[in-house]
Design a protein around this ligand. Structure first.
Ligand SMILES: C[S@@+](CC[C@H](N)C(=O)[O-])C[C@H]1O[C@@H](n2cnc3c(N)ncnc32)[C@H](O)[C@@H]1O
Length: 315
């Protein structure tokens, strides 16, 4: 039985008797110590090779070689009915984009994995591009090791748009047609990203929202299963795992993020970590009655506003 008290001890190295492992160092070093087939769910967002503060920009071929080494080890530690979910965006090279899931896909296939979904994570805010459409989604590619895999839809069902709908013909005519627990959330998820005033924001530039990971944890693992993230960042995967009584393991190479991971896990265990709740509808400024949702310029002022906008500094 999963022991809640045991959870309080965060182990710095893999230890089968502990429930939380946070390794400070290269994820391959941690993976080398983990037994084959132990982990039920692997969910991560690796570096995208964009030259962010926590990564050194590499040639795409070198980046893919590094990713392949980590993915190969992840597949070794994954259980036969387990899942592996890789969350990525675009690699940008002199203004052209390469969607990373398209170049990582062959690695997973070569290792014998089966693609179950390519989930589009749509967020509404981000940098504004001037030479292409602004990027407003990233993808999560979900693979399983076999056809016999854990997938439990009920904890992550979402409300139907028209729950009062009835069958209009056939033997069930007149009866309500919807599942009272809600519907399958589909493969397009609208969840705000962790930017500026998001309640979960830390100093890390690329944080997952906890609610995004909760969906994977709840549907693809059971209580007391191991959930693994090779690139922990601020430990979002660990938070979602601990919250739902899973064992959590992961690595992070930078000390300053290790400190954030510890602080967040401790707050989660105390019940004081503030997160955006799962299933909270996306904020609509119009519904909140904000006056900023109405453009203040009339036809006469429009030209002046356009020229102000054109003259602004690019960021
Ligand atoms: C995209 S971020 C992950 C953010 C994370 N999903 C979160 O919610 O905070 C990738 C992280 O991987 C870390 N990292 C890069 N190379 C690593 C390696 N070889 N082993 C472990 N961590 C690494 C980086 O320092 C960075 O924090």
């Amino acid at each position: 039985m999963f022991d809640m008290v045991q959870k309080k001890q965060i182990s710095p190295v893999f230890n089968p008797r502990k429930s939380i492992v946070v390794y400070h160092g290269d994820c391959l070093e941690l993976l080398n110590t983990v037994p084959e087939g132990l982990v039920q769910l692997i969910i991560t967002s690796p570096p995208y090779n964009l030259g962010k503060e926590y990564e050194k920009k590499l040639k795409l071929s070198q980046y893919l070689e590094q990713q392949e080494a980590v993915i190969t080890e992840c597949v070794r530690v994954l259980s036969d009915n387990g899942s592996i979910c890789w969350q990525v965006g675009n690699y940008v090279d002199k203004g052209t984009i390469i969607p990373l899931d398209t170049v990582l896909y062959p690695i997973f296939i070569k290792l014998g994995l089966q693609l179950r979904n390519r989930i589009i994570w749509h967020f509404e805010h981000g940098l504004h591009c001037s030479k292409r459409f602004s990027g407003r989604y990233e993808t999560i590619i979900w693979f399983t090791k076999s056809n016999d895999y854990v997938f439990n839809l009920d904890p992550i069902r979402v409300p139907q748009k028209y729950p009062g709908k009835k069958h209009f013909k056939g033997p069930n005519a007149g009866q309500f047609s919807c599942n009272p627990l809600g519907k399958n959330p589909g493969d397009l998820w609208v969840i705000p990203n962790v930017k500026s005033n998001h309640v979960e924001k830390t100093i890390h530039p690329c944080q997952f929202p906890v609610e995004l990971i909760e969906r994977f944890v709840l549907s693809m693992s059971k209580e007391a299963d191991w959930v693994f993230d090779p690139f922990l960042g601020t430990g979002t995967t660990a938070i979602a795992a601990v919250r739902h009584k899973r064992k959590s393991m992961g690595a992070e190479i930078h000390q300053k993020y290790i400190e954030i991971i510890h602080a967040r896990i401790e707050k989660e265990l105390d019940g004081t970590l503030r997160t955006r709740p799962m299933f909270k509808p996306v904020f609509k400024p119009e519904d909140a009655g904000s006056s900023l949702t109405t453009a203040p310029w009339k036809n006469a002022d429009l030209e002046q506003q356009v020229s102000l906008y054109k003259d602004r500094k690019e960021v």
